[in-house]
Design a protein around this ligand. Structure first.
Ligand SMILES: Cc1cc2nc3c(=O)[nH]c(=O)nc-3n(C[C@H](O)[C@H](O)[C@H](O)COP(=O)(O)OP(=O)(O)OC[C@H]3O[C@@H](n4cnc5c(N)ncnc54)[C@H](O)[C@@H]3O)c2cc1C
Length: 363
């Protein structure tokens, strides 16, 4: 198994080959959306359920949300028998407040062009420099594309990403070095391709998946291979390229897109998967092909769980190669689980972005 490590990349950035000192931004767009209305609807529903609707009259309407007074109304500080219920309610209010107060955009698509076309292999990254700061970003577009696309998640207290999300505009220039990295696809084979990502960990896979279909590598010796994508996030609009993947699923019956969202039910009637990606993936294995004796107890139960998506295919550890990218917790837990169910180590590749689960709000 290969797990790419990137601890010293920031320091090494200046040694990479310079692609362009003045790559031109051709587009920068938010991929998530403001969901204040939906949060307010969810709060109104809570007040109705707890017979506290008059609170809104007192504060002069739902647009004047004061989270502290809402907590006082919905979770009065008493030692009654509903203690456990109060804990659930407190978590729900915290989550809704987080969502209400979060910055926008949190996720942007950033496209640029260089004078000479950028040569790279799907899965590689470039180092972007702007306003004196360099950071690596995986390339999300296919090498066949006219412009290069990156997918950037804002780290609220970060050095570079708030600037990229807030001040960068079409026509601005950035410096690009690279490409670098050896997190790339194996040569085409009869094995199924399984991608697993959290958040912007999808970027290298968007490039790989587009390229695979463009170059017809979804067929091996004229036989179709199944291509799976497990993509985890908190909210639906945290999933980069969700519409593009749904289109791909319409177009190719062997492409299976399994989004899994841990918080979306707070805001909508989400009926899809809602566990962590490594847990969700377990549901899609063919039980006949899996020896689960070495698998952790808490993951084993997912093997028996009914998948929420009606997909006419199953995973077989003996005929799949897996690529995982995203938060380190997912990478670690998933690779351990895959080895335990019998996926050969040589068929697992992973790249961690270094952040922890709590930092990304995935859970
Ligand atoms: C090979 C590689 C490819 C990458 N590709 C992408 C990509 O496609 N898209 C993308 O958005 N990022 C990607 N990253 C991460 C990116 O390089 C930056 O680390 C990230 O954008 C934060 O930069 P910053 O300057 O805003 O924050 P910094 O000032 O570098 O970080 C501030 C603090 O936030 C923490 N932190 C860093 N990243 C995150 C995060 N995502 N969530 C929560 N906390 C974080 C840091 O540990 C630090 O404590 C990649 C990293 C590597 C190594």
């Amino acid at each position: 198994m290969q797990i790419a490590s990137h601890n010293s990349q920031h320091d090494a950035a200046e040694d990479l080959p310079l692609v362009s000192d003045a790559a031109t931004i051709t587009g920068i767009e938010p991929m998530d959306r403001v969901r204040h209305e939906e949060v307010i609807d969810a709060v109104e529903l809570l007040l109705e359920v707890y017979n506290e609707k008059e609170y809104l009259d007192d504060v002069d309407g739902a647009n004047n949300l004061d989270w502290a007074s809402l907590r006082d109304v919905l979770i009065p500080d008493t030692d009654d028998a509903e203690g456990e219920n109060r804990g659930v309610l407190a978590t729900k209010l915290d989550t809704l407040q987080d969502r209400y107060e979060r910055d926008h955009p949190m996720l942007v698509s950033l496209r640029f062009q260089t004078d000479d076309s950028l040569q790279f292999v799907p899965g590689q990254y470039v180092t972007l420099r702007y306003d004196g700061t360099s950071r690596p970003y995986s390339i999300a577009s296919s090498p066949n594309s006219d412009e290069t696309e990156l997918c950037v998640q804002r780290v609220p207290d970060g050095t570079l990403t708030p600037t990229l999300c807030e001040t960068l505009d079409e026509g601005d220039t950035i410096s690009i070095r690279g490409p670098s990295g050896d997190f790339v696809l194996a040569d085409p084979s009869e094995r199924d391709l399984v991608f697993s990502a959290t958040g912007t960990g999808i970027a290298p896979f968007k490039s790989m998946i587009d390229y695979t279909f463009e170059e017809e590598h979804h067929l091996f010796e004229d036989k179709p291979r199944d291509i799976w994508l497990f993509l985890g996030g908190a909210w639906e609009d945290d999933l980069p390229y969700r519409d593009a993947f749904r289109d791909l699923e319409e177009k190719y019956e062997q492409f299976h897109f399994v989004p899994t969202l841990t918080r979306e039910t707070y805001l909508s009637l989400w009926k899809g998967e809602n566990a962590y990606v490594q847990q969700t993936m377990m549901k899609y294995f063919d039980p006949e092909t899996v020896d689960s004796s070495a698998l952790d107890e808490d993951l084993r139960m997912y093997l028996d769980e009914e998948p929420r998506l009606d997909i006419d295919a199953q995973l077989d550890p003996n005929s799949m190669e897996v690529y995982a990218c995203g938060i380190n917790t997912m990478i670690h837990d998933l690779t351990e689980a895959l080895k335990a169910v019998g996926v050969p180590e040589a068929n697992i590749s992973a790249e961690g972005y270094g952040q922890t689960e709590s930092e990304t709000n995935e859970g």
